[in-house]
Ligand binder design. Structure first.
Ligand code: AMP
Length: 285
């Protein structure tokens, strides 16, 4: 596996592979890789000749400096996993490489980014869109893979790619979970053992939501069962519950008339070292 640390090195690698007639799949990550990331790699491997993974903890998508500082960084272990999974090249730029002095251009979806999670994390999706656009332009991949776990992020990236005529095709990959149902996340390692146990309440609340929806329940009833379940766990601080029309993320009420997306977020741990976890479920009509 080739390790590229500069834009030029990755471009040269991709050009070499494309000259051989290979298709290229891109898997952007922030590292601290787990089986969720590896399922994106597996999807990319199954649909492309060569897979490029990227590891970059993107400062512009973090709100709190402490969250950025505390983000786990495990480069050697990550590279071993990627190599074992058959990745052809990994791109590991530093911040100056991605944001050279004088960089001032941002990419922003003006509607989708400024609702739901975007309201509690101002600027987050602008940071995501800006860095993903840079990665798309550097890699020139045929396909790119993103997790459904980050539900709003996936919709934002799809919209950005469509609006800007990005030639790379965007694919969503289902969420990979721990045995107890907790969605895998690089942030899970920061949970104290009691919080790790308590965090299962997120997926449990979604399972209850699914039951209510299956019985013909309203959006308000689904919302209520999620809130009651999470609020019953004293270690969880509920941040948001959003029940929306699946594709547009538009708010809905009453009995759902279309596929719905449910996005939830909760915080765990002490105020000065909070771990924000998210989960999601799409329920077909
Ligand atoms: P991150 O490193 O957290 O920025 O995630 C990189 C990519 O992996 C994003 O597209 C995420 O949606 C995806 N991802 C993270 N966790 C999971 C998971 N448990 N299952 C599937 N994909 C995931």
């Amino acid at each position: 596996m080739e390790v590229c640390r500069t834009v030029g090195a990755l471009r040269a690698f991709v050009a070499e592979r494309k000259a051989l007639g290979h298709s290229v799949g891109l898997v952007p990550t922030m590292g601290a890789l787990h089986q969720g990331h590896m399922s994106l790699v597996a999807a990319a491997r199954s649909q492309n000749d060569d897979v490029i993974a990227t590891i970059f903890v993107n400062p512009t998508q973090f709100g709190q400096q402490s969250d950025l500082d505390n983000y786990p960084r495990t480069e050697a272990a990550d590279c071993a996993k990627l190599e074992a999974a058959g990745v052809a090249a990994v791109f590991i730029p530093n911040v100056e490489e991605m944001y050279p002095a004088g960089a001032e251009t941002i990419v922003e979806t003006t509607g989708l980014a400024n609702m739901l999670h975007g309201l509690v994390r101002p600027g987050h999706f602008r940071g995501v869109c800006t860095v993903v656009t840079k990665l798309f332009n550097i890699a020139g991949a045929d396909n790119a893979y993103f997790g459904e776990k980050d539900y709003q992020q996936l919709q934002v990236i799809r919209r950005m790619a469509r609006d800007l005529f990005v030639p790379t095709r965007v694919h969503g990959v289902p969420t990979v979970r721990e045995a107890d149902g907790l969605a895998m996340s690089s942030r899970n390692v920061r949970l104290a053992p009691e919080d790790r146990k308590a965090a299962v309440v997120l997926s449990q609340s979604l399972a209850k939501a699914e039951e209510v929806a299956a019985q013909g329940g309203t959006v308000e009833a689904i919302d209520a069962v999620i809130r009651a379940t999470i609020n019953a766990e004293p270690r969880a601080r509920l941040v948001g519950v959003d029940i929306v029309e699946a594709l547009t993320l538009a708010p809905i009420a009453g009995i759902p008339q279309s596929d719905i997306g449910i996005m939830i977020s909760a915080e765990f741990g002490p105020e000065d070292n909070t771990v924000l976890l998210i989960d999601q479920r799409e329920i077909a009509k």
